[in-house]
Design a protein around this ligand. Structure first.
Ligand SMILES: Cc1cc2nc3c(=O)[nH]c(=O)nc-3n(C[C@H](O)[C@H](O)[C@H](O)COP(=O)(O)O)c2cc1C
Length: 189
C-alpha cells in the first residue's frame, strides 16, 4: 500500500456516490486526463491467461451513435454521454492469437520465446477443449464483464457519471435478433 492509496472510507464513499446515470448533459465533455485514466482502467483489467479476449470501441461519430441508440431501446445515454464505449468479445481465438500473445509476453519480459512455449501450449490446449461447459464466446463474455467492472469502479473513484447498458440488441444488424418490445422506453433495467 502506498501513501496515495485510497482509504477504505474513501472507497466506500465513492461506491456510495455511484449510480447508474440515466440523463447526461450532452454539452459536457470529460477532461482528457480523466478520460485517459478510464481508458487505462480497461486496458489494465485482468483476463484469463492475460489473453484479453476483447475489443473496446469508443464511438465518436454522432450519426453512428444515433443509429446505436435506435438499437438500444432508444436510451438517451447512448447519444448524450460524453463517451460511449462498446465492449465486445473477440471471436474465434485460437493458436495464432496465442502465439502472438506469447511473443509479446517474451518481448515485454525480455525472455527468450522458447521459455514460454510450455505456457503457450497449455493455453492452446485450454482453448481447444475448455474444462467446463461454456462456449468460447461465453468464456470471453465473462472476461469482458470484468473490464466493465473496472471501468465502472474507476469512474466512481473519479466521480464520473456512468451507466452500464445491456439493454441493446447486439444482433440487430445481422438479422439474427428476436424482437424485443419495450413500451415507450419504459421498464428499462
Ligand atoms: C450489466 C448491466 C446492464 C445494465 N443495463 C442497463 C440499461 O440498459 N439501461 C439502464 O438505464 N441501466 C442499466 N443498468 C443499470 C442498472 O439498472 C442499475 O445499475 C441498477 O438499477 C442499480 O442502480 P444503481 O446502479 O444506480 O445503484 C445495467 C446494469 C448492469 C450491471
Amino acid at each position: 500500500m502506498t501513501q496515495s492509496s485510497a482509504t477504505p472510507d474513501q472507497v466506500i464513499q465513492q461506491l456510495n456516490w455511484r449510480y447508474a446515470t440515466k440523463q447526461f448533459d450532452p454539452d459536457r465533455t470529460l477532461p482528457d486526463e480523466i478520460w485517459s485514466a478510464l481508458e487505462q482502467s480497461l486496458v489494465l483489467a485482468p483476463s484469463s491467461f492475460g489473453l484479453q479476449p476483447w475489443k473496446f470501441f469508443v464511438v465518436r461519430n454522432p450519426a453512428l451513435r444515433q443509429q446505436l441508440r435506435e438499437h438500444a431501446w432508444g436510451q438517451a445515454q447512448v447519444t448524450d454521454a460524453s463517451r460511449l464505449v462498446v465492449l465486445a468479445i473477440k471471436k474465434d481465438i485460437g493458436a495464432p492469437e496465442v502465439d502472438q500473445f506469447v511473443e509479446r509476453m517474451a518481448t515485454v519480459r525480455q525472455v527468450p520465446a522458447e521459455t514460454l512455449e510450455g505456457y503457450g501450449d497449455m493455453v492452446k490446449k485450454f482453448l481447444a477443449a475448455p474444462p467446463y461447459p461454456l462456449t468460447m464466446d461465453g468464456w470471453a463474455t465473462r472476461q469482458v464483464y470484468i473490464a466493465l467492472g473496472f471501468l465502472m469502479y474507476s469512474a466512481a473513484m473519479l466521480e464520473v457519471d456512468a451507466c452500464p447498458i445491456e439493454g441493446f440488441d447486439a444482433a440487430k444488424d445481422r438479422g439474427l435478433n428476436k424482437r424485443v418490445t419495450m413500451p415507450d422506453n419504459k421498464g428499462i433495467q
